[in-house]
Design a protein around this ligand. Structure first.
Ligand SMILES: [Zn+2]
Length: 235
């Protein structure tokens, strides 16, 4: 288990993980999240110094990410609700030492330093939470369905897609749009079974749908649900 630390820098929060496997630190900005990997024993102040020296590069990357994000109708304030596996949970924003989003006692809570409790920070923290949950849940479901369907896959990935829920490559790599984890369980199952079914048929031919029907007789209802409600799955 990798222990993640959070460092509050000027204008952003960095996720820091430590490892024995590298000799010098690396920084990357993925989807607006700053991720730093450092050698195990590197002092906290050295990390802070590194972040300061890269401050303008990091901020540029974050700004670019925010520009590219579609305007969302959601508000990132206490009281707003977000769906996880089809159930809505309200968000509570606390002020204090940074604590990433948690789902506790039926609500999402996030704690931010005074002055950093802005919508972008809250959205990024929620996004990290949803991506982590998506990875864990989808991995479980893929394992379960692959066994039922008798198929073998190579890898499972979590992606940000604009207009698709999943993909299955010719090399048996399966990727999912993390937003699917907001949908009800049976809809998530449908997307999992659908992508795994592509391991047998790489198209949407009648054979493909007949195969899918074997494991999920009511797949048409889920397909329809996604068509009408897919756009509402937004963080
Ligand atoms: Zn498909």
């Amino acid at each position: 288990m990798v222990q993640t630390e959070y460092i509050q820098a000027k204008g952003f929060i960095a996720e820091v993980s430590r490892t024995n496997r590298i000799k010098s630190a690396t920084i990357k900005v993925e989807e607006g999240t700053v991720k730093v990997v450092v050698p195990k024993a590197l002092a906290q102040e050295k990390i802070a110094k590194l972040l300061t020296s890269k401050n303008s590069w990091i901020k540029e990357k974050i700004a670019l990410h925010r520009q590219m994000q579609a305007a969302s109708a959601k508000q990132y304030i206490s009281g707003e609700s977000f769906s996880y596996l089809g159930r809505n949970y309200r968000l509570k924003v606390n002020i204090g030492l940074y604590q990433p989003v948690k789902l506790l006692n039926g609500r999402f809570t996030v704690t931010l330093l005074k002055g950093t409790d802005n919508p972008e920070m809250i959205k990024d923290s929620l996004t990290s939470w949803f991506k982590q949950r998506a990875e864990a849940k989808l991995t479980d479901k893929v394992k379960r369905y692959a066994q039922i369907m008798g198929v073998e896959y190579k890898s499972i990935g979590i992606k940000s897609y604009k207009s698709r829920w999943g993909s299955c490559s010719a090399d048996s790599d399966i990727d999912f749009n993390w937003l699917i984890i907001m949908a009800p369980n049976r809809i998530v199952d449908y997307v999992v079974a659908h992508e795994l079914c592509h391991l047998k048929h790489h198209d949407h031919s009648p054979k493909f749908w007949r195969e899918l029907e074997k494991v999920m007789p009511d797949y048409a209802a889920s397909k329809e649900w996604l068509k009408s409600n897919g756009d509402s799955l937004q963080v």
